[in-house]
Structure formats: C-alpha cells, structure tokens
Design a binder for this molecule. Sequence first.
Ligand SMILES: NC(=O)c1ccc[n+]([C@@H]2O[C@H](COP(=O)([O-])OP(=O)(O)OC[C@H]3O[C@@H](n4cnc5c(N)ncnc54)[C@H](OP(=O)(O)O)[C@@H]3O)[C@@H](O)[C@H]2O)c1
Length: 271
Amino acid sequence: MSRTDMDELFGRKWALITGASSGFGADFARQLAARGANLVLTARTESKLRALGEELSRKHGIEHRVIAQDLSAPGGALALSDSALALGIEIEHVINNAGFGQGGAFVDASAERSAEMVRLNCEALTVITARLLPPMVSRDRGGFLQVASVAGFQPTPFISVYGATKAYVVSFTAGLAEELRGSRVRMCALCPGPVETGFQAAAGVQIAPAQRASVLTSEETVRRGLEAYARGQVVYVPGVVNKFGGLAAKVLPRMVTARAAAGVMKDRGRG
Ligand SMILES: NC(=O)c1ccc[n+]([C@@H]2O[C@H](COP(=O)([O-])OP(=O)(O)OC[C@H]3O[C@@H](n4cnc5c(N)ncnc54)[C@H](OP(=O)(O)O)[C@@H]3O)[C@@H](O)[C@H]2O)c1
C-alpha cells in the first residue's frame, strides 16, 4: 500500500489503542498520529497517556481522548468498551495491544497472576472486539489489529500461560477474519518475536544473546504491523528469523518445538 493510501486509511479516522502508555502501544500512537489519525488512548497509567496524547495533538494537530482502565480487572474491558462507545465518535480502527507475560516454571507462578494474564490477553481482547466490531460491520469498514506473538505458534515452556494466551489470539483472529470474508472490515493478528520494550521487565525475562541479531525495534515492528493491517493480511510475522521460526513450528512435531523452546526459555526466565 502506498503512503497516500495509508494516509487515506488512517487520516482523520479514530483509532483506539490499548496498552498505549509504553512499548508497541506508544509507537502505534506515534505512527498513527503522524498519519493524521485521532486517538483514543487507554492503559492504567493515566499520566503517561495524557502526556503522550498532548504531545501528539500538538505535533500533528490531531484530537485525542484518554480512558484510564485496568483491563485485567473483572468487568474492566466491558467498562472500557462502554466508555469508548459513550464518547460518541466512530471508532474506525482498534489496536488490541495491551498484554503481559510471566517467565518461570508454571508450578511456581501465582494462580492470581496467571488468571490476570488470561483476563487481559484473552478475555479483554475478546470483549473489546465483541463490543466494537458490530458498528464496523454495519459501516462495512474499519478493523482490528490484534497483537499476538510468535509465542502463539507453539508450546512455550517456562512462559507457558503467555504462549497459550497468544495462541488464542492467533486462532480467534484468523477465525473472525474468515467470518468477515467478503466484508471490508480488516482482522489482523500481528505476531512479533522478542522486541525490547517494557515487556521483559514485566515478565521477568531477557532476550537471549543469540536472538539479539534478529531483534527488530518496537518502531519497526509497529511500522510493518500497520502496513500488514493496511494490506489486509490476516496473520503477520515481522522479520525473516521470526517468519522462519513460525514456519518451523508449523512443520515440526509439537513436542520437538516445545523441547527447543524450553532450552531457550529456561535461561531467559526466572525458571
Ligand atoms: N515486547 C515483546 O517482546 C513482545 C513480543 C511479542 C508480542 N508482544 C505483545 O505486545 C503487546 C504490547 O507489549 P509491549 O511489548 O509493548 O510491553 P509493555 O511496554 O510492557 O507494554 C504493555 C502495555 O500494556 C498495558 N497494560 C498492562 N497491564 C494492563 C492492564 N491490566 N490493563 C490495561 N493495560 C495494561 C501497559 O500500560 P499500564 O502499565 O499503564 O497499564 C502498557 O501500556 C503485548 O500484548 C505483548 O504480549 C510483545
């Protein structure tokens, strides 16, 4: 898609971004604002959202709204969706990006933290999609860019719950894309490999030295993700090495990829 077409797709349209206070979410906000999109920014840390929204409005002359919401709290995603609908604006694009992982052996993890992760990474993304998709279908335009991960293609020992939540996101998104075949509503799962953001500190993991050469920046990942979304791609993996990993996960037996991932994750996580 040309630059003009991308500007046409996003310019003066409203985009809602979850997890907009840091990492990919803040880069989605920066890149969409640069294309003229108005933004609804959400995460828990209101001060960061306000600072980012004001900076981008000043720089690009866009409008923005801020909704501070904990999406892993029971009912949090319904509350966010209702607040977004109550703004009285047409939300054209949704970047369902908020998420976290937790490294280490599952046996040592707290049940509460695992449940919180499933609520944020799966339930909140599903509820937001359920609430904000119908108006897009009625208008026959718009779409969702769901942030999954290469971790969604295979078992991920020592970060097992996280990988399972991302497998849900890939499968859910591909299923909906098929349901929407023939409509102009986009449904794209972005599946990055490891990228330096706040993710590593939150998950208690590190990027392995062997992976560093193939690591993309957050900015580059988001740029490629938006281009894939604009092209109408359903499942997109940025980066050659990540693509190769995704392909290997498709052709190799599940327990072979699980063993290989365990070798990498045991050193990267707390476990
Ligand atoms: N970085 C990677 O290596 C990598 C690779 C593949 C996929 N991903 C995925 O990319 C997405 C973005 O992560 P990131 O790498 O940008 O990490 P990040 O810098 O830690 O950003 C996570 C974002 O989610 C928000 N968030 C966390 N818990 C929340 C909650 N309970 N309610 C609402 N918002 C919450 C955070 O804001 P507040 O703390 O202010 O709420 C923050 O804005 C995640 O879905 C992650 O799984 C990351």
